[in-house]
Design a protein around this ligand. Structure first.
Ligand SMILES: *[C@@H]1O[C@H](CO)[C@@H](O)[C@H](O)[C@H]1NC(C)=O
Ligand SMILES: *[C@@H]1O[C@H](CO)[C@@H](O)[C@H](O)[C@H]1NC(C)=O
Ligand SMILES: *[C@@H]1O[C@H](CO)[C@@H](O)[C@H](O)[C@H]1NC(C)=O
Ligand SMILES: *[C@@H]1O[C@H](CO)[C@@H](O)[C@H](O)[C@H]1NC(C)=O
Ligand SMILES: *[C@@H]1O[C@H](CO)[C@@H](O)[C@H](O)[C@H]1NC(C)=O
Ligand SMILES: *[C@@H]1O[C@H](CO)[C@@H](O)[C@H](O)[C@H]1NC(C)=O
Ligand SMILES: *[C@@H]1O[C@H](CO)[C@@H](O)[C@H](O)[C@H]1NC(C)=O
Ligand SMILES: *[C@@H]1O[C@H](CO)[C@@H](O)[C@H](O)[C@H]1NC(C)=O
Length: 202
């Protein structure tokens, strides 16, 4: 292999593993259909990618839950999961756009992450990262669970969850995790740089 082709191959490898930002628009669709709160509702993300919730309109949240309890924060139904939670983000009429970044780390990339909007969950305001539609745990099934379990009273009782005081606060969690994501990228680079050096000698 000539140095040039080795470097080309390396660059191709780097391009292959390059991290992607995967965007989910929150509230951008102003129809009354809650199932359009998250667009798209279902995404697939790989190790190193980051799922970006773009809060563009209205008052919504992106809160991780579990398949069997769609409208309850994941940590409340399963203490071993420290799920992501943006809490309420009021984007107004597009005047206060904010983003919640959820990085795909080795410890979460192979786990399905179900999520919901605290204000429209019972009407189908739900979505998912990395589920397998060929299993019984489909997005449709999750949506049906949300309607069945929270369908009649999408009451403000959900607000009490924001005062649980668990260290899963959205901003803190996402800051910590993006540091980890950065670390991941840095360690990938430190792995590649010596390789590049070797390629020069080849
Ligand atoms: C909202 O979403 C629905 C379903 O995906 C789509 O048919 C409609 O055009 C969207 N409306 C707007 C204003 O984007
Ligand atoms: C995020 O939302 C804003 C406001 O609607 C929009 O202008 C922007 O393009 C969105 N960003 C992405 C990357 O989708
Ligand atoms: C967003 O919705 C929640 C629950 O309905 C409410 O408690 C909160 O005050 C709302 N935020 C704003 C800024 O209106
Ligand atoms: C809680 O979550 C862990 C990790 O995802 C899982 O292994 C366990 O089975 C869950 N427990 C229950 C009761 O669902
Ligand atoms: C939001 O903005 C749109 C377009 O700028 C406007 O037509 C609409 O009246 C606004 N709604 C509110 C509640 O301010
Ligand atoms: C995720 O699962 C795939 C396929 O089973 C496996 O190759 C990979 O090593 C797993 N990744 C992590 C970080 O566990
Ligand atoms: C799901 O099933 C479809 C059609 O049966 C198949 O093409 C696809 O590869 C399957 N996906 C997974 C993740 O197994
Ligand atoms: C959904 O129902 C559960 C159980 O009744 C309740 O704890 C939770 O607060 C509800 N969530 C929403 C968003 O309405």
């Amino acid at each position: 292999m000539t140095p040039f082709s080795a470097i080309t191959a390396l660059l191709a490898f780097v391009a292959c593993v390059a991290a992607k930002d995967i965007w989910i628009q929150v509230g951008a669709n102003k129809t009354n259909d809650a199932t359009t709160v998250f667009q798209p509702q279902r995404v697939t993300a790989k190790l190193g990618d980051t799922v970006m919730f773009n809060f563009t309109n209205g008052n919504h949240s992106a809160t991780q839950s579990t398949f069997s309890a769609p409208c309850v924060p994941a940590h409340d139904s399963n203490v071993t999961i420290n799920g992501f939670d943006s809490f309420f983000r009021d984007a107004g009429n597009g005047t206060a756009v904010t983003i919640l970044a959820v990085p795909m780390l080795p410890e979460n990339v192979n786990h399905t992450m179900w999520f919901y909007d605290r204000n429209s969950c019972g009407a189908g305001g739900v979505g998912v990262i990395n589920n397998d539609e060929n299993t019984t745990e489909t997005l449709d099934g999750f949506e049906r669970n949300a309607l069945r379990l929270n369908g009649t009273a999408a009451s403000s009782s959900s607000a009490s969850h924001s005062s649980t005081g668990t260290p899963t606060s959205g901003s803190t969690a996402s800051t910590e995790t993006s540091n980890e994501a950065r670390h991941l990228i840095v360690s990938t680079m430190t792995f590649l740089v010596p390789l590049l050096g070797l390629a020069m000698f080849a």
